[in-house]
Design a protein around this ligand. Sequence first.
Ligand code: ADP
Length: 638
Amino acid sequence: MAGPKVLVVDDDADVSLLCALHLRQEGFDVLTAADGREAIEVCRAQRPDAVVLDFMLPDLDGIGVLAALRDDPATAEIPVVMLTARTEKHDQQAAWEAGVVDYLTKPFEAGRLVAAVRAALHPDGDPELAARRREALERLRAGDVAALERQAAIVEHADDAIVSTTPDGVIATWNRAAARLYGFDREEALGQSISVLAPPDQPDPLLEALQRAGRGEPVAHLEVTRQRKDGIVVDVSVSLASMHDASGVVTGVVTVHRDVSDRRRADDRFRALVETAPDAIVIVDELGRIELVNAQTERLFGYERSELIGQTVEVLVPARYRTMHPVHRTGYLAHPKVRGMGAGLDLHGLRKDGTEFPVEISLSPLQTDAGMTVSAAIRDVTERKQADDARAHALRREQEASERLRQVDRLRSDFLSTVSHELRTPLTTITGFADMLVGDWAGFPDAQRQDLVQRISRSGARLNALIGDLLDFTRLEGGQLRFVVEEVEVVEAVADAVQRCGPILEDRRVHLEVPEDLRVLADPTALGRILDNLIGNAAKFSGPGATVTVRAERAHGGTETLITVADEGIGIPADELANVFDRFYRVGGQSNRRPGTGIGLAIVKEFTEDLGGRVGVSSTEGEGTEFTVAFPAPGPAT
Ligand code: ADP
């Protein structure tokens, strides 16, 4: 005779066989099923006396199978022993509540299985099993209650406001932090719509989010403005989670509220600070994309904010730096710290209109929730640069001026010794030769007498020129020059000068290219002194037998007359050309062995300019020099 019929349901063939063998040994008639659906079918068709049911099946779980069996009156009474590898309390509880008669965990003892199945066949007739079942349920429920109480205590004492609502937003639970945050106590809050916290007269985004969550739609966290019972408005970050029953129906929504007013205020302050900063502030993300710019950035670079956000920061960088800039950017992110950018380099910003301006940039890393960002404070240093340049320029000019003063000082002290030397030398010659001739006139042959007298004459001319320079110079220094301008015949003035310079010119050939009818407006004496100096220099700084050329011509449509004195002498180094008109300046300084004091050309320049003219010089070393003076020409005779 066949024993009681037992269905073993397990998707693992080995476990299934193991159970079947144990039970068959004990005389049971064993059926098997490998998944939930098959189990239900077999139960309906074969009405086993008991079922050993695995919790984890490939299709339905054990609870689902139990529920299906309970739903069908034909199978509702079949006792089920749950056999499972799951030991979680809530699984056990779900199984007990679903009506299992016993609950065994894998691995199991054969004896326990057989005993459990036997007991299951007579659930009410086995007081021991009934007691175990009751006890287990009570234990689990007690544990559950304790756990729930713990959870409730955690919720109650949480720092965050935790409010649960029905799917349509009616407040169901309200913890202390909620009372603290919103000023409503629990009794006042329970049963109210969550919108009681919304500022009046506007749609409530939280209620809308709650309703969406209530419909089972996923809702991320949101930030909303709430009004407390006392009317004070607070900024709150709310996260939502919907609660479901076993069949997946939403039974409510838990919301966690955190007051972010302080953070908002800090954010607002940060934004205001950035906005009003005197520097352009550009915040970029790790990829160099612009996240935030302030008003000064718009002013400085000429962009609207909306044109910059999301662009890479290179739009603000001149094209020639653009390739390397991302490399520097990545380098900075590898070692982020507060520092100036491109120390020692001239940095430039690029405006929307393509123009550039000099900038100074300091960088600071800014760690945010969204990752590392870099804040760049950019300062337009155009004005400072200009001021710096102007200062540097002024400083240079000052240094040059004081260097010139020092040089003039040096030259002036040289001048005194030069003058005494320049006076004494010809005087020595004059008195020396004169005394010699006076003492023994007849003792000298004619030719020698001739030579000595010429030397005396040359020294006299030299002395005369020198005294002329000194007197002119003294008048210049004392500001006592009184010129009387008149029309002067150039050809006459030149001839007179050549004649005065005769002894100095010695054997130099003089070549004149001076038209007869050329006149200038000048003071005749001053013009004479100018020509004496230029012709004297041409003679002095060229060798014996050289040619000195004096040219005169009309220029600038006849409004000017140019007089040029050209020589074939030693020339002047290009870098000293600009100095030769300075007082006391002599090319080569003390090593200049030719007679002179360094004031001749200064007199030429100052006289010419006082007469409304200009001076010019061009020279090639070793080839010769040309000095030109330009004077106003008289108007055509009327
Ligand atoms: P100096 O009394 O030395 O001639 P100047 O003022 O007349 O003083 O000239 C200044 C310096 O300019 C001279 O010492 C000389 O070095 C240079 N110089 C002037 N004229 C000539 C020239 N024709 N050729 C070469 N060097 C010249």
